[in-house]
Write a protein that binds this ligand. Sequence first.
Ligand SMILES: Cc1ncc(COP(=O)(O)O)c(C=O)c1O
Length: 425
Amino acid sequence: MIPVAVPYIARNSSAYVNEALGDAAISGLFGRFLPEFERSFADYIGVEHAVTCSNGTTALHLALAAHGIGQGDEVLVSSITNMASFYAVLYCGATPVPVDIDLDTLCMSSEDCLRKITPRTRGIMIVHLFGQSAEMDRLSAIAAEHGLAVFEDCAESHGATYDGKQTGSWGTAGCFSFFANKIVNTGEGGMVTTNDAALAERMRSMRSLSFGKVDKFLHEGIGFNYRMDNLKAALGCAQMEEIEELVAAKTRMGQTYNELFRNEQRLILPVERQRAKNVYWMYHVRLADDVAPRRNEILGKLRDEGVDPRRVVVGHAQSYPVFDYHAEIARRGAFISFDRMGATNEYDRLKTFRMVRDILEAGFIRNLVLSHDVCYRSDLATYGGAGYTFLSTELRQYFDELGLSEDDFQQIMVDNPRRALTGAE
Ligand SMILES: Cc1ncc(COP(=O)(O)O)c(C=O)c1O
């Protein structure tokens, strides 16, 4: 099965985790990796402070709670998201108000955001979906004009930028998830980024039961245990050493799909906006009118053939009023295969492309040239030798059919992160 996600384990993961184990630094209260992960993440995002926590959901809750969102408040939330964005508002006793999306970015629509502001609105939760940044200049201007806090849900947007500025550095707080399928992953884990020192301080206190500063057990308020432990932070530090490559590899994967599907009229592909750098955390397509009614059948066939696609998040449509654009995505949206970092990913991508095309065209897989076996052996030949020397007749034919020259193929194959496959330097 070409999976929807496989976590990447960074080069120094075992060494760092073993070091933490050797020091018995396994809790969330001490160990060198906790502050180091926070520092390197803050530097990467370009903010003053970063606060680790147990996952992306608790990152969202921590940010809202530390900002003082509470009963009677409304927070505007982008309507296509993981429900964690909504739950975090509900945990605070506040009311999440869904806002429709822009159809091309799938992120919050600034027009609808403006329409939803009431005297009770205290914040906007902007979700950078699938690796694509929302329109941060306009949304930030709206927030500033109305005195609203901006909470960026960056669970899916590590490394994505708008006007060259990282998502997670625009708002009051940026909330990240390090769940196993995320670009930076620690299995489970989260982080809040901010330039507000007082907010960071409150979050540090609240994530750890609001312990007292003078007498630990004279608590300063009601806190949570949302601590990340030092073992997870060790994984995070190892990942941060490779962040540029991870983001670049992921971006290239999305761009390869764009290239492959360029002439496919039946798919509506993700956009590349000039001011926003899409990192393609998850490659998302919409089905055009003629094939949209067959979505479930198409996804089922892909699954039968060993590609694990997903329908886009339709569950939310049952949870609150459905908007035009939201409904559009609920009806037509699909992920096609997500990518692992390395291994057979370029082959997987071509194979996926071939399958999607065949199913759209003929309703069945006509001629699947690449078997796993061929992929695997070819990969070894590619990465083992000097450049690409092993191109079987079968593969040549296959790439000819795809309209890829040997140069294109070289580019695709040789750019692939070799290290991830072989572990070699
Ligand atoms: C947009 C979004 N927000 C929040 C979350 C929640 O993060 P976590 O699973 O780490 O709690 C996720 C997903 O995992 C997500 O994709």
